[in-house]
Design a protein. Structure first.
Length: 209
């Protein structure tokens, strides 16, 4: 006999919750959560699609209905993802600054910390499902776009990397993502911190000259 599961569905935005609350945490509307009884979700069986999912595939070759989607508790996240997460790997790129903090950048640090917490939450929610949830936290990566967009001034952007012999490049992070995504399907890299040799911490970088 299949098990029943009780959840509460917001009649305004469709978000789901495990417990009733007066206000929906997603849309902020009051008294919109309605108790709903559904069949308990059973783990999605491993399929040829899951085996293939740990190998890179060109986007044009992926069909939207190729995999069963797994909804998550955050209704808005499921909506943005087209109904849920597909079997394979969820790899979120955060920053080493989000793990231990970084002075003078509270907004940036908080945003990256949120990614780290989201990764841990998804790992808990998707436990037992054929989905690996991984976080890659880069340190100093030299990209002109990042520093310039963040600081808004070419001279300030150049000063970020001044005296650092070999900061990471975007290609280094892409290689890390590829490596994590192509591990055997039973291997989950929870967290990978990638920093240049010159960087011992978010706030401690060796500079020459």
């Amino acid at each position: 006999m299949s098990k029943k599961r009780v959840q509460y569905v917001c009649q305004s935005c469709g978000a789901t919750a495990l417990r009733w609350a007066g206000q929906c945490k997603e849309c902020g509307e009051w008294n919109t959560l309605v108790e709903t009884i559904t069949e308990a979700r059973s783990p999605v069986a491993a399929s040829p699609g899951w085996v293939a999912a740990n190998q890179p595939m060109p986007l044009p070759e992926i069909q939207a209905d190729q995999f069963q989607r797994l909804p998550v508790a955050n209704g808005e996240l499921s909506r943005v993802l087209g109904g849920g997460i597909v079997p394979g790997s969820v790899i979120l790129v955060s920053s080493s600054a989000g793990l231990k903090g970084q002075p003078f950048t509270p907004g940036y640090t908080a945003a990256k910390h949120a990614i780290a917490v989201l990764t841990k939450t998804l790992r808990l929610e998707l436990n037992g499902q054929p989905v690996r949830v991984c976080e890659i936290a880069p340190g100093m990566v030299h990209t002109d776009e990042f520093a310039l967009n963040r600081l808004g001034d070419p001279e300030k952007a150049a000063a970020v990397y001044a005296g650092v012999a070999e900061p990471l490049l975007a290609e280094d992070i892409a290689d890390a993502v590829r490596w994590v995504a192509t591990r055997p399907q039973h291997v989950n890299i929870d967290l990978m911190v990638v920093q240049p040799i010159a960087q011992a911490a978010a706030h401690k970088v060796h500079r020459e000259g």
